[in-house]
Design a protein around this ligand. Sequence first.
Ligand SMILES: [Cu+2]
Length: 329
Amino acid sequence: MVTKVFLCRDELDEPTRFAYIRAVNCLAAKPALTDKNLAPGAVNRLDDFTYIHINQTNIIHGSGYLLPWHRMFLWQFEEAMRNECGYKGYLPYWDNARFSEDPLSSAVWSGSVSGFGGNGINLHLEPQTVVFPGLTKPFKLPMPGGTGGGCVTDGPFTNFTISLGPVVKPFVDKNNTYGYEPNPRCLSRNFDPASSKGVLTWANATTIVSSHSIAELRGTIEGLWHKNSHTYIGGEGADPFSTTNDPAFYLLHAQIDRLWGIWQGQDLKNREYAIDGNRTFLGIPLDYAPDVPPSLATIEDAMDMGLGFKPKTKEGMPMTKGGFCYIYE
Ligand SMILES: [Cu+2]
């Protein structure tokens, strides 16, 4: 089997960058496969990914499944790009550490036909606090005011229409709790430099990959990196549920997957299948899935990847077994 090498997005050649964007737009033009009764707002193949991400958010974040679920999810996304849209490359990662002090110097946010476009229009938003639906104990998440908040106005996603979400709001929206209803709107971003500067740095990346245990790694990766890389992008990308509406999501998560991979590779024997964490977000019981006990996750637990695919957690852990065969540059 050929080993795939996942490259840094800023190192891709121009034709590959363009091919990536074209494949994303191709998935956006293909009809959703998700049952309309589950998500009436799911329009296209990208929405299939957003639907299951929303549906699983309270299970796959702040839990033992964070890393394996997202590894499997990235792989499925890459497979869809390659098998359904003729993309020949692999999923690149955004090396945010290289740009922590000046994220806009990364070509990722270029407004050219091969970039992801930049910030949303500045709506001068105030910081706010939003709540997660579905938890039996309220969890409040502060959102910075940011430097944008409105529609992205340059690059290939300028006229991009998203439909599912948003989900987190200052209150639980009883009419559309999980954002499954159709809600066509533009792609918004709200860059928050304070979430990147001095935060998404080499030093913190080094702290993460130097973690001594999976428990420590989970804490550093979530606390130093995962949340802040989402909050940096802001807007749609900062909604923990419908964040996948921003195509940049996949670049951010490939970097998180890479950090995990680097950590695993230092002691594969003990780290490849190491797991830590509960079965729900911070171990809080869910109000809609009493059958998911908020006890400790195991590698034998099934993960719900959507469209009927329910692999065991351990299938999403090695980088070089069971269909996976990749390394990061
Ligand atoms: Cu996620």
